[in-house]
Design a binder for this molecule. Structure first.
Ligand code: ADP
Length: 543
């Protein structure tokens, strides 16, 4: 029987229309270099998005051509999020922290036609621009010198000039909800980055999942601080979720250090925030020595991208009443796939145990674990295998690649993450396949060692990598940044671990550094550490 329901496509235009009309007075608030905050209402952003779409059309953007952004989190970036996909083009958020080679590769692979760039990052774009062969127009926000970008055959224009005099309405086309809305490249930790193209439908459904009560619970009472960059898996969907919910968006621009973030929280009172654990670790450390700031407006902090140390969650809860919620996902999963929100009816210790996991799949996402032989393993809390997922906002292929048997299996995405799932579907990741430490034929979880060591009072940052070992094939090397004024010995740290993990997991190799290198999205860069180690650049103490 045919349903009697209307077939109304789920599109970004629908998200934008809802936000800019029903919640027209909600605001996007962007931190400025002088510490002030620039405010635009959703209604205004809807009008400016129409102007941007008219101007892009006027500059020749047609069909599903790619319009790239090279921007921090700010109002103009939100306008591009609204305008570009809603006019039928594809928004390509370029990660401005990638290397010039990666930016060139990605920009050409996506065939970007237009780049919208923040004035503050023109110096990053200018050197690579001549190699972005499909780009015909560059639009620059802010009041900066455009000369470094100019060359023959390229239109370079200021953002405000570009949209000025354009009509404040646009005839948003009826789009197929399955067509591409936005694309994002994986950061390419192995091989070349791969393009993920989100559809209108996947974007809409993912935004609803983010707003759901057991998701991030975004509502019209909220002010959402999106610290996670808009080029990192669409700021975890927070922008579109805020438009659906009518929540204010608070944007830190390029000021992502603990001090400006804490000042911003103190002054603007966000209720929800999202960022990777390294940022929250910095914030916590800063607050310990700057007690006058008030961050207690935050109710919920979404944290993920790498495993969230329990001590970090507990510190925020106990000192500031802030609920840090761990979530797991990938660029390929839009990204929200699972979230650790155990039932409040469980006893407190059990809730903490479960909050330290990667959580349960959100409705819409299915999950399984599979062993090396392709066998699906039981969810018994003990069997360990590769995590595979599927669902309407999980990518089923990569842009420009017909088939990638390596990354997909029977309609499931192979995540490259290894872990176990318990009877209630809570996932515990033990490692990424490429980070697993294989010692004497058995696996050592680098993540588990890191999470435990992060709880030592003298440790500021820590990551654990596998390094070659003649006898055992690989052994763990702990790379540690100690807190100011502290001087723990390797033996102290090893003793701290003793009894918490199997004896043979205890690292005998230790390296003390001033900072752990981070990836373009703020995670510990294990690949770089492994090569520093093999190049003999790390001082290693053996005990
Ligand atoms: P990259 O591959 O550069 O890290 P992504 O942001 O797509 O880019 O990263 C996805 C990966 O991040 C996941 O496959 C997983 O390994 C890791 N990850 C994400 N969330 C968590 C989490 N809560 N705990 C542990 N690992 C996580």
């Amino acid at each position: 029987m045919k349903s009697t329901m209307m077939n109304v496509p789920l599109t970004t235009a629908a998200i934008m229309r809802h936000g800019s009309t029903v919640h027209g007075s909600a605001t996007v608030r962007t931190l400025q270099p002088d510490g002030s905050v620039k405010t635009g209402t959703f209604a205004e952003i809807g009008r400016r998005a129409a102007q941007l779409a008219n101007a892009l059309r006027g500059s020749g953007v047609t069909g599903d051509e790619r319009v790239a952004t090279f921007m921090w989190n700010n109002q103009e970036h939100v306008e591009a999020y609204c305008a570009v996909p809603s006019m039928g083009a594809v928004l390509h958020t370029l990660n401005l922290r990638l290397t010039p080679e990666q930016i060139v590769y990605i920009g050409n692979h996506a065939e970007d036609r237009v780049v919208i760039v923040d004035g503050s990052v023109v110096p990053l774009l200018a050197p690579v621009l001549p190699q972005l062969s499909s780009v015909h127009t560059v639009i620059v926000t802010g009041d900066v010198d455009l000369a470094p970008l100019r060359r023959d055959g390229l239109a370079v224009v200021g953002y405000e000039e570009f949209i000025a005099d354009q009509p404040e309405t646009f005839d948003w086309p009826d789009l197929d909800e399955q067509s591409a809305a936005a694309m994002c490249y994986t950061s390419g930790t192995t091989g070349n980055p791969k393009g993920v193209a989100y559809s209108h439908r996947s974007t809409y459904l993912h935004s609803m999942a983010a707003c759901a009560a057991d998701g991030l619970r975004v509502s019209s009472d909220d002010r959402v601080l999106a610290i996670v960059p808009m080029f990192h898996a669409n700021a975890w969907g927070l922008v579109y979720a805020a438009f659906l919910a009518g929540a204010d968006l608070l944007m830190p621009e390029r000021f992502l250090q603990a001090e400006p973030l804490v000042r911003l929280i103190d002054g603007e009172k966000p209720t929800i925030a999202g960022a990777v654990p390294t940022i929250w670790n910095d914030v916590l450390h800063f607050l310990e020595t700057h007690a006058s700031y008030d961050v207690t407006s935050l109710n919920l902090v979404a944290c993920g991208g790498s495993a969230v140390p329990l001590h970090l969650m507990k510190a925020f809860q106990e000192k500031y009443g802030i609920h840090v919620v761990q979530a797991w996902g990938m660029t390929e999963t839009s990204p929200l796939a699972s979230i650790a929100r155990p039932s409040a009816s469980l006893d407190v210790d059990e809730q903490w145990r479960l909050r330290a996991t990667q959580g349960r799949p959100v409705a819409g996402v299915e999950l399984r674990i599979v062993d090396d032989g392709g066998n699906v393993l039981p969810h018994d809390g003990a069997s360990v295998g590769e995590l595979q997922v599927r669902g309407p906002w999980i990518t089923g292929s990569y842009f420009g690649e017909d088939e990638d048997t390596d990354k997909f299996e029977d309609g499931w995405l192979r995540t490259g993450d290894v872990g176990r799932v318990d009877e209630r579907s809570f996932v515990t990741l033990t490692d990424r396949t490429k980070d697993v430490i294989k010692s004497g034929g058995e696996w050592i979880s680098s993540v588990e060692l890191e999470l435990l060591l992060a709880g030592h009072p003298d440790v500021l940052e820590v990551t654990v990598i596998g390094v070659p070992d003649e006898k055992w094939q690989e052994r763990p090397l702990a790379v540690v940044v100690v807190r100011e004024g502290r001087d723990p010995s390797p033996a102290d740290l090893r003793d701290f671990l003793d009894g918490k993990v199997a004896k043979w997991w205890l690292p005998e190799r230790w390296s003390f550094v001033s900072e752990v290198p981070k990836t373009s999205v703020g995670k510990f860069d294990k690949k770089r550490l492994r090569s520093s180690h093999s190049d003999g650049e790390l001082t290693v103490v053996e005990i």
